[in-house]
Design a protein around this ligand. Structure first.
Ligand code: ADP
Ligand code: MG
Length: 307
């Protein structure tokens, strides 16, 4: 899956992952990005069909820097199409999409390439190159497209840092086939965050994983959000994924499952917006509390009532 790769280094963001660990208090109050963009991603009445099949139907939403949005929906509800449209891999039939302050629907392929490379993406199944080592996979976004100005020492350093972040430093020389499904997903996360993107898109990050491994993956996504103040767009059919994002906060220190519970909707808790999609339409948008209070038959399937 070539589309899983986000190429080209442009050195945005100057805070490294290791020193960003001290900035976890930045999470609840997303700041405007350095470029002054108020939103990292905005859909304005976007519709997109494949032939007769409507994939997204008049979808509007926006994400502030550092915010988290969880899109829930059944298979075929349009979740992946939203992510692909967000980075210009598919053009909408109508409506406008703004990515990192730029209206992307009118950009040509080269311009799209530039802006796409500033966004981290974890595609479904991780999308690693089987013939590349783990280290080469993680380095890919830093090295492509080819440029004369690449500092290979810096690339090595960033790859090591990203693999350390997902606690897989020792797998650097291995091939994806030698790793478990959960480890491959973690390498996919390392590759998605290696350029310290202001926005990461996660397509069904826990699909096909056992519950414990799934929680590890969500813990890493929370860790990325907390340590680098990364805006996170997560699409999933597992409500538990959203619960981890809204009810837990990453505690600094080692350990993949190093999460602490935070009061739901308490003032210190992460701010999350949930969105539920059904046949391409947004049928719900709101807080976790509002989601759990919903009586809509379809919405209830994704957010079971608390006992
Ligand atoms: N490349 C494609 N060609 C034709 N139809 C597609 C394509 N991609 C998605 N679709 C259709 O668009 C709808 C939304 O798909 P998708 O966004 O993949 O849903 P989800 O990720 O929620 O499972 C589905 O009906 C799907 O069959
Ligand atoms: Mg999908």
């Amino acid at each position: 899956m070539n589309e899983a790769i986000q190429p080209l280094p442009d050195g945005h963001g100057s805070v490294t992952r290791s020193d960003a660990v001290t900035r976890s208090d930045a999470v609840t109050e997303p700041r405007a990005s350095a470029s002054g963009a108020e939103v990292v991603l905005k859909f304005e009445d976007v519709s997109l069909s494949f032939g007769d099949q409507v994939a997204i139907d008049h979808v509007s939403f926006e994400m502030a820097p550092g915010s988290t949005r969880v899109i829930l929906g059944a298979a075929g509800s349009g979740k992946t199409t939203v992510l692909k449209a967000a980075i210009g891999l598919i053009k909408p039939d109508s409506g406008r999409i703004f990515l990192l302050g730029q209206e992307i629907t009118s950009l040509d392929e080269r311009q799209l390439f530039q802006i796409r490379s500033r966004v981290g993406v974890l595609f479904q199944e991780g999308g690693l190159f089987d013939s590349f080592t783990v280290g080469e996979n993680v380095a890919y976004p830093l090295l492509n497209p080819k440029s004369d100005k690449v500092d290979l020492t810096l690339v090595d350093q960033k790859v090591t840092e990203a693999l350390r972040f997902v606690e897989l430093e020792e797998t650097m020389e291995k091939f994806p086939a030698e790793l478990s499904g959960g480890m491959r997903r973690r390498v996919g996360i390392a590759r998605a965050v290696v350029k310290e993107p202001p926005l990461v898109l996660y397509d069904s990050p826990t699909a096909g994983l056992d519950p414990i491994t799934a929680n590890t993956i969500m813990a890493l996504i929370a860790k990325e959000r907390e340590t680098a103040n990364t805006a996170s767009l997560i699409v999933t059919h597992r409500y538990q994924d959203g619960q981890v994002m809204s009810n837990f906060r990453y505690k600094s220190g080692s350990g993949l499952l190093n999460l602490e519970h935070v009061e739901q909707n308490g003032s210190g808790g992460p701010k999350i917006t949930f969105m539920v999609m059904d046949e391409g339409k947004v049928v719900f948008e709101g807080t976790q509390q509002e989601l759990e209070a919903s009586t809509d038959e379809y919405v209830v399937k994704f957010a079971p009532k608390r006992p």
